[in-house]
Design a protein around this ligand. Structure first.
Ligand code: ATP
Length: 236
């Protein structure tokens, strides 16, 4: 079953036509990835799904409900949460305050505490640093905090915008392992990445985005083996 469908959306920044009629779907329970180079429109696509941008035309459906153009906080409340690119944590707040904010739409205190324990189990480093000011965390720790904060809204669908950006290879592996764990525990994932190899290796379904158009789609494995993808995105 498709949890999310994006149908023929067009997105503009003023006169710039950034997304040119793309359609995609995300199956419930799996990991779907959208790969592409700088400026292809990956972040724009995620922002349009999460309600930060409005498409000029087209339709976005989440769990059967039309969410096109709905405000971002409403969409989070429906169970769809985005982990932004560049680790947009609240730099002047502590780790704990950032995590609390992730749950700000919830009233189920006991369940919130349970999720907090889960986040600290997944990211022990965040527990060690729970009173530290988020802006002083390392890049990798900020990425973990951004993911932890999104988990605190208990999303059924998590959108991840380039979680590997700027991280050392060992840390990239760790972050991808955690994405798999999050998915295994029942959260559907839509992952945007420039690191095509890592993304395709964990994805059930994958799309290639080039200058606002989807040019290829298939299973992660199919795209890993595709000559066009190897040439353009896998360095050989
Ligand atoms: P990257 O991997 O570099 O983040 P991306 O695939 O996420 O790239 P987007 O950030 O979605 O790409 O950008 C798609 C296109 O839209 C680019 O040509 C970009 O210059 C343009 N764009 C993005 N944000 C704006 C903006 N606020 N105003 C004008 N143009 C924008």
């Amino acid at each position: 079953m498709d949890m999310l469908t994006v149908e023929d959306i067009n997105v503009y920044y003023g006169a710039i036509h950034a997304i040119k009629g793309i359609s995609l779907s995300v199956a419930k329970g799996g990991i779907t990835t959208l790969i592409g180079s700088n400026g292809a429109g990956k972040s724009t696509t995620l922002h349009t799904i999460s309600g930060l941008l409005k498409p000029k035309t087209g339709k976005i459906t989440f769990e059967g409900q039309d969410i096109t153009g709905k405000p971002a906080h409403k969409i989070v409340g429906m169970g769809l949460s985005q982990v932004p690119e560049g680790r947009h944590v609240f730099a002047n707040m502590t780790v704990m305050e950032n995590l609390d904010l992730g749950a700000y739409l919830r009233r189920d205190k006991e369940e919130i505490n349970k999720d907090l324990t889960d986040v600290f189990t997944k990211f022990p480093r965040l527990l060690e640093r729970k009173d530290q000011i988020a802006g002083t965390l390392s890049g990798g720790e900020q990425q973990m905090l951004a993911m932890g904060r999104a988990l605190m809204s208990r999303p059924r669908l998590m959108l991840l915008d380039e979680p590997s950006m700027g991280l050392a290879p060992l840390l990239v592996q760790e972050i991808f392992n955690i994405i798999k764990e999050i998915n295994d525990s029942g959260t559907t994932v839509l992952l945007v990445e420039q690191n095509a190899r890592m993304a395709l290796s964990i994805a059930d379904k994958a799309y290639v985005l080039e200058t606002g158009n989807i040019t290829l789609e298939g299973t992660g494995k199919e795209l890993l083996n595709s000559e066009a993808v190897q040439k353009a995105y896998l360095g050989g």
